[in-house]
Design a protein around this ligand. Structure first.
Ligand SMILES: Cc1cc2nc3c(=O)[nH]c(=O)nc-3n(C[C@H](O)[C@H](O)[C@H](O)COP(=O)(O)OP(=O)(O)OC[C@H]3O[C@@H](n4cnc5c(N)ncnc54)[C@H](O)[C@@H]3O)c2cc1C
Length: 772
């Protein structure tokens, strides 16, 4: 069909037609159309616009449509005697089942005329007046004088106008979903009231209070949109069913974070960085492997970020290194883990980091579930479109396409993603200039605002409005010749250019760059330390898997490195050489998937592998410790022996069952069990086989490596537990063991000597007694 549910249009079908059109509390306007009909296609944008325009009238009027070209709907269209398309019919509230609706013959292709026609239809409803529809007739002085005797609302708004004007009735319906305000229309012929309030302009709007005081409503233009906007924002006026916003409560808001005061007319870098953090470290993490469309989306997203994000140098360095790494990926898929290592800058590109965690400022919500990330995404892409347009020579669709793809592939709210995709499909291709790309995103964002205004997801402190409001940008709004509200797009463009410009972005509440880098270095120190420990175990496991090409003594013969950096580098190189000789011939255990080529694009990358001195020191200590831990080596040898046995059996199995994935799984399982048994033999608890070594297992030998990895994983665990292996919590050294052996030998010799001494003595005594 030509419409979707996101168009604020009820889609009629055999299932719902009865409940929507028959005995409903709301009146319904229905378009009967055929999706193949040219007139219907060209009318559909007007009908959608009408639905958006009178969205607030919903309790009184629904907008619906039915596609008569769909087989399943033919019967509906026959029942309503539809003979041409498009046909529009009005169904009064509480219509009966035999009602055929009132046709709008020769209806206008103009939203304003259609809206007024709907008001005429509503007014033509006989008695009793439907309760869902507010009174639309003009009020009188007597009624106003007695109004507060029977009503408790805070505000009474009076719209003075002539009899032909529809503004009063439109505003009454626009305020239908709001509490604490009542709107009535007063005709210019109501001379008593006109004189009492001194009204000279028609239309004009006055607020009338219980004590008889009154004040004129100040608006930029005396028109429907301005009255409605201003009245909806009066103090105490709330959407039905929403809690009233209380400023004090917001300051002690219900989120865990302290409230950060902010200027609503500015963009905050903290929001943009928070959006990046959430997007790159949380939202993308859902896909463990990024491939196909997602890979294209990710590349274009990171590319526009690297190009246009107006970030701090430290963040820009990170985005650029990430972009070059992604660009150099020749394979059509990557693991999220590999990507994340780059986001966390494990290669330690100098002065490059993305702060971790979120600090919402302009995107703070009054409750944890409001605002935050989606607000950050919108803000981020508005900033990017404005930045791109400032460059002057970019592809007008570059940022929008990146956004479209990102939202399509990754945005967690799938419902939102589908709607956004519909909008993009509908009109993105018409964007052919940089200013039009800025305006496209602004107007589509406003469509979303219109659609979700009043939804549960709306933060009552930050209501969805058609943005920017007349207060924020008066010149963006204008009155068209027909009295309708219009946008002055040139002014809007100027406003957006300034609002989202990099020079106006506030840097308040940002984490200090040095702190971010320090935190990152500390994190990497721990990671490197762990990886060195892991390398040690890998070596043992490799020896276990292939003792012929990797002599066991090799480790003992290694020379002490000359300095800390060397120690790390030698260790790295040695590991790779030995790998080449081992049974696992290809580079299964490369520690970082990042290639050097990509780093070259980032200034100063040469220092990337320089390890912090703290790591080197720990490395030295570890080597010295190795010399005295004999029981460690005992455990390692024991493990080697066990691993050797298992590896031999795994090789045999693998040769015969190479391609049978299922059987490999079984094999892994049994190996795990055997290994657990082996660990049991050496007095350790069986350990989890769930060690996550995916990032170092690449290429076609994945399965084979996984098997080896099981051993290495176990080894790492063993190493961590057994490096200082203890019996009854006591550590033993060479000297301890030697003393034990000597003591044992001495005590054994003493016992033997005593035994011989006493035996000889007893023998001699027996000989004496036996003699006469
Ligand atoms: C692509 C996308 C699609 C979404 N679709 C849906 C959906 O279908 N349903 C749903 O419930 N939620 C949807 N959301 C979430 C929703 O739009 C809001 O982001 C969310 O409710 C938070 O609202 P907010 O009050 O922070 O303001 P947001 O709408 O997030 O706006 C953020 C900030 O941008 C500025 N702004 C507002 N309007 C405009 C504009 N027109 N142009 C430029 N700047 C503007 C304002 O300063 C505002 O504070 C979507 C989000 C995104 C990113």
């Amino acid at each position: 069909g030509l419409y979707t549910a996101s168009d604020q249009i009820v889609l009629l079908s055999q299932q719902n037609v009865g409940s929507v059109l028959v005995n409903s509390s709301a009146a319904t306007v229905v378009e009967f159309y055929a999706s193949w009909c040219g007139h219907c296609i060209s009318f559909s944008p007007i009908y959608k616009k009408l639905a958006r325009d009178i969205k607030e009238w919903k309790p009184a009027v629904n907008i619906a449509a039915v596609d008569c070209a769909a087989d399943e709907n033919i019967q509906i269209c026959m029942n309503y005697k539809i003979s041409g398309y498009p046909t529009i019919k009005f169904f009064h509230a509480y219509s009966t089942a035999d009602s055929a609706g009132v046709p709008y013959r020769g209806f206008s292709r103009d939203v304003r005329n259609l809206r007024q026609r709907i008001i005429d239809s509503l007014e033509s409803h006989g008695e009793p007046w439907p309760p869902a529809c507010p009174p639309l007739e003009p009020t009188s002085e007597t009624e106003i004088n007695n109004f507060f005797e029977t009503n408790t609302v805070q505000h009474l708004a009076l719209i003075f106008e002539d009899a032909k004007s529809y503004i009063g009735r439109e505003v009454i319906l626009d305020l239908l979903q709001f509490e604490n305000v009542t709107v009535r229309r007063v005709l210019n012929t109501e001379s008593g009231l006109v004189a009492k309030l001194g009204v000279t302009e028609f239309p004009s709007c006055y607020l009338y209070y219980p004590d008889g005081n009154f004040t004129r409503l100040r608006v930029n233009f005396e028109a429907r949109a301005f009255y409605s906007y201003a009245l909806q924002r009066l103090p105490g006026v709330i959407r039905s069913g929403k809690p009233p916003p209380v400023t004090m409560e917001l300051v002690k808001n219900s989120t865990q974070e302290p409230w950060r005061p902010f200027d609503r007319s500015r963009v905050y870098m903290a929001d943009l960085e928070s959006a990046l953090h959430h997007s790159l470290r949380v939202e993308l993490a859902v896909q463990s492997v990024i491939k196909g469309d997602s890979m294209i989306a990710l590349k274009s997203y990171i590319s526009v970020l690297a190009k246009y994000f107006p970030g701090r140098p430290v963040v820009m360095n990170l985005l650029k290194s990430l972009n070059s790494w992604l660009k150099n990926q020749t394979v059509d898929q990557i693991s999220y883990k590999a990507f994340k290592e780059n986001v966390d800058n494990t290669a330690q590109v100098p002065d490059a980091a993305l702060p971790e965690g979120v600090r919402w400022v302009g995107c703070q919500g009054s409750q944890p579930h409001f605002r935050g990330y989606p607000c950050g995404v919108w803000t981020l892409f508005h900033v990017l479109t404005v930045q791109a347009s400032n460059t002057g020579d970019s592809d007008p669709q570059e940022v929008l396409t990146a956004m479209r793809n990102y939202i399509h592939s990754f945005f967690g709210c799938r419902y939102c993603a589908d709607h956004f995709e519909n909008m993009a499909r509908e009109s993105l291709e018409v964007v052919n200039t940089l200013p039009s790309s800025v305006l496209w995103l602004w107007s589509r964002h406003n469509r979303v605002n219109n659609r979700i205004a009043g939804d549960l997801s709306e933060d009552p402190y930050f209501p969805k409005i058609q943005w920017p409001s007349p207060e924020v940008c008066p010149s963006c709004h204008m009155l068209k010749d027909n009295g309708e509200h219009g946008w002055n797009e040139n002014q809007v463009l100027t406003f957006l250019g300034s609002y989202f410009s990099s020079s106006r972005i506030l840097l308040d509440y940002l984490e200090d760059e040095n702190k971010i880098l320090k935190k990152q270095t500390e994190k990497h120190s721990h990671k490197l330390e762990d990886s060195l420990a892991q390398k040690h175990i890998e070596r043992i496991a490799r020896e276990a898997l292939d003792p012929i090409t990797t002599p066991v003594e090799e480790e003992e013969e290694e020379e002490e490195p000359q300095d800390e950096t060397e120690a790390y580098e030698e260790d790295n190189e040695g590991g790779e050489d030995k790998l080449a000789a081992s049974d696992i011939k290809d580079k299964a255990f490369e520690q970082t998937p990042r290639t050097n080529a990509k780093l070259e694009e980032v200034p100063g990358h040469q220092q990337a592998h320089k390890i912090p001195s703290i790591i080197g020191m720990r490395l030295k200590q570890r080597r010295q410790q190795e010399d005295i831990v004999d029981l460690d080596s005992f455990v390692n040898q024991h493990f080697k022996a066990k691993a050797l046995q298992l590896a031999a059996s795994s090789r045999v199995k693998q040769r015969t069952l190479q391609t049978k994935v299922e059987q490999e799984h079984r094999q892994e399982l049994s190996l795990g069990m055997e290994l657990d048994a082996g660990l049991g033999m050496i007095g350790l608890q069986p350990i989890d086989t769930d060690l996550d070594l995916n990032s170092i297992y690449q290429g076609k030998r994945l399965k084979k490596r996984e098997l080896a990895g099981q051993y290495i994983g176990k080894g790492v665990e063993l190493f961590q537990r057994g490096h200082w292996i203890s019996v009854l919590s006591i550590g033993f050294s060479n000297v301890d063991i030697s003393l034990c052996v000597i003591l044992y030998a001495v005590s054994f010799t003493c016992l033997v000597a005593m035994y011989i001494f006493f035996r000889n003595r007893f023998r001699r005594r027996r000989v004496k007694i036996a003699l006469p």
